[in-house]
Design a protein. Structure first.
Length: 465
């Protein structure tokens, strides 16, 4: 048999079998189309050409895909909107891409039980608006919330701007329906307010990056919709002073709905992109928000703490429109930094709040060492920093320095008692660093868990470890 013939025959068999249980429009084989599904938004992550992309609409169709993949021993990568930043959704050569974006129904919203039941392809912002009509609130809000899907949020254990008060995705996933590697359907968790029956397999799937099973339905916890939040902006002459303010706010027992930091580089990038008139004289801009019954009073108290920490200017928003304008500046941070050089590597190191200033100072030293532009925006209230390395991907030396600086920032985070990822996940980008963080015994146990759910290693192999 000529070289490559076996792979061609296998691909044809795979596609033929998939079509037996899927509608014609759900099986994509045109290379010009399938290539768009080969990777997410991460830099420096290898991706192969998928053999086929499937877009099921039902649980039964997902089961058919997995039974077929198991029969032929073909790897499968589950995907949502591919807005991830770690390479977790990247395909390998000849894999099946299982895109869940067509499973996009909100199945139930219960104001009494305060839950929503959704399919994995529901977009975060769509769900948020739908539950808002019932006086409810789904707090996890990644910066890509207008595009990212609930399934993707679950797979990567996403965070967002409101984590400082409301927590991350894992805290809102009560139960899951999951298609396993061999096509069996398993339900985990509950829809009740309490429940401790058996191992917490629901939490195990959250953040597993599609390596243990395919989430096809999720029961999500909701909260009562809070009052409209008001935002305060505080300008500082140093990042240390801004980080001191963060510590004073948290030490003082305040519970902001948002506490975000943008460094000088990020502020300038946002101004260049959107002409928002942010104060470019600042070394750090801190945004604090409250959604309490009396946000004006809370902002005043936090404003006083900022001034005591050395803020040169404190400006509370007068209304929701001004507040949204300030938040828009923060949401534009990553897009603005990408425009600086055309390509970015977005780090995701989380450190204890008490070490935040040391982290930012260290990033500045790394930028100087490698001669690069590195902007930092951060969920300062929970210590989750996003040092963003800006570089020209067409310049091999600059690309090398970018990768080296990225690794040095992760090492710094671990030295400060932090973690290599607060919300983006491990994927391909941080595999080596996960091993360093959890150690050889930790890796051994995680591989054992993987083998129990996926003995043939067909679900997103090569990710995490």
């Amino acid at each position: 048999m000529a070289p490559g013939c076996e792979a061609v025959i296998m691909s044809r068999t795979l596609i033929a079998l998939l079509r037996e249980g899927l509608p014609a429009e759900a099986v994509l084989t045109d290379p010009d189309v399938t290539s768009a599904y080969s990777h997410d938004m991460a830099s420096f992550c290898e991706a192969g050409t998928p053999a086929v992309v499937v877009l099921p609409r039902t649980v039964e169709q997902v089961q058919h895909v997995m039974r077929t993949a198991t029969e032929l021993r073909v790897p499968v990568v589950p995907q949502g909107a591919r807005t991830g930043l770690s390479g977790a959704a990247n395909a390998g050569e000849g894999w099946v891409v299982l895109s869940l974006v067509k499973m996009d129904r909100i199945l139930e919203i219960s104001p009494v039980d305060r839950i929503a039941v959704v399919e994995p392809g529901v977009v975060n912002a769509v769900l948020s608006r739908a539950v808002g009509e019932h006086g409810l609130y789904y707090p996890p809000d990644p910066s890509s919330w207008e595009m990212c899907t609930i399934g993707g949020n679950i797979g990567t254990a996403s965070g967002g701007l409101c984590c400082v008060k409301y927590g991350v995705t894992a805290e809102y996933v009560l139960g899951l329906d999951v298609v396993l590697a061999d096509g069996r359907l398993m339900s985990t968790g509950r829809r009740t307010a309490k429940g401790v029956a058996g191992y917490d397999l629901t939490r195990l799937f959250v953040g597993s990056e599609g390596s243990l099973g395919i989430v096809v339905r999720a029961v999500l916890a909701l909260r009562p919709k809070p009052p409209q939040q008001l935002v305060l902006a505080a300008e500082f002459a140093s990042t240390k002073a801004a980080c001191d303010a963060v510590c004073k706010i948290m030490e003082g027992g305040h519970v902001p709905s948002l506490l975000e930091l943008m460094d000088r580089t990020t502020v300038k990038a946002v101004n260049a992109l959107a002409h928002m008139g942010l104060p470019e004289t600042t070394e750090a801009l801190l945004l604090a928000a409250f959604d309490t019954p009396d946000p004006v009073s809370d902002l005043a108290a936090v404003g006083a703490l900022c001034e005591a920490a050395g803020a040169t200017q404190v400006v509370p928003a007068e209304d929701a429109a001004e507040s949204e304008l300030l938040l828009q500046a923060r949401r534009l941070s990553l897009t603005a930094l990408e425009a600086v050089k055309g390509t970015t590597m977005i780090d995701d190191v989380c450190v204890p709040r008490s070490k935040l200033a040391e982290m930012l100072d260290g990033v500045e030293r790394v930028a100087e060492k490698y001669g690069l532009t590195i902007g930092v925006c951060a969920h300062a209230g929970d210590g989750n920093t996003h040092p963003t390395v800006c570089f020209d991907a067409a310049d091999p030396d600059e690309a090398r320095r970018a990768r080296d600086s990225f690794d040095e920032i992760m090492a710094l985070g671990l030295e400060l008692g932090g973690t290599i990822t607060g919300e983006h996940g491990v994927g391909v980008l941080k595999k080596e660093w996960l091993a360093r963080e959890i150690g050889p015994v930790g890796v051994e146990m995680q591989r054992a868990v993987k083998a129990a759910f996926d003995p043939h290693s067909l679900l997103n192999p090569g990710k995490l470890f």
